[in-house]
Design a binder for this molecule. Structure first.
Ligand code: PRP
Length: 209
């Protein structure tokens, strides 16, 4: 059995569709239930739903042989795994955003609210700007509105959350998409099985591109 960690939520459903189209289906996963693990002996796969930011932990520690995680999560946690393939799904961007009338005068330390302190720190280090990180766990857009921070570093997908809260993108940091990742020793010992899945998915991704 190959253990596969899928990110719970909308991205996970799309990612499972891709596994199914690649021939690694597991019909029980489609049934409405609160179950977290699903397996199909015929195709030799066992899927489990994991909180998206936990996928790299499962894969790094070998509880999952492979998994799917956003590039944002991979950059933030820097897990010791192989990144096999860009699935070109869940596309969005990491950006700096702030209130429309905010201009960084570069006179005092910039207060940055974010769920991604490592990505934010390395971005500002690269451009040589002093910052104070305020680590939050969600609803990041509130921070500049309430004066908790000057800017935010966050994911922008459709831009709706920013728009509806009168914020705007001030700088793009990097494009994000979902990646297929593998545990390093699983990749050595189950290279055929993992290779088969990765190759088939690559074909489908290229067709869609
Ligand atoms: C993410 C992100 C933004 C929003 C961007 O939040 O942090 O708030 O999605 O999407 P949009 O550009 O399409 O509006 P998420 O929904 O994960 O919730 P969170 O606030 O709990 O982080």
């Amino acid at each position: 059995m190959l253990n596969i960690a899928l990110p719970k939520g909308r991205l996970g459903e799309t990612v499972y569709d891709l596994f199914e189209r690649a021939g690694f289906d597991c019909p029980s996963i489609r049934e409405k239930s609160r179950k977290l693990i699903f397996e199909n002996e015929k195709t030799g796969v066992r899927f489990f739903w994991v909180k998206p930011s936990d996928v790299p932990i499962y894969v790094e520690r070998g509880a999952a042989d492979i998994g799917v995680a956003g590039k944002d999560i991979i950059l933030e946690y820097d897990p010791d795994v192989y990144e096999l393939l860009d699935l070109k799904l869940g596309k969005c961007r990491m950006a700096v955003a702030a209130k429309k009338d905010f201009h960084d005068e570069n006179v005092k330390t910039l207060r940055v609210a974010t769920k991604f302190p490592n990505i934010a720190s390395s971005y500002y280090e690269r451009i040589g700007r002093d910052i104070d990180i305020i680590k939050l766990n969600g609803s990041i857009e509130l921070a500049p509105i309430l004066g908790l921070s000057d800017v935010i570093v966050d994911i922008v997908e459709t831009g709706t959350t920013l728009r509806e809260n009168d914020l705007e993108v001030k700088a793009e940091i990097l494009p994000i998409s979902a990646r297929l990742i593998a545990n390093k020793s699983s990749f050595r010992f189950a290279d055929k099985e993992i290779g088969r899945i990765a190759d088939k998915m690559k074909e489908l991704v290229t067709l869609n591109d």
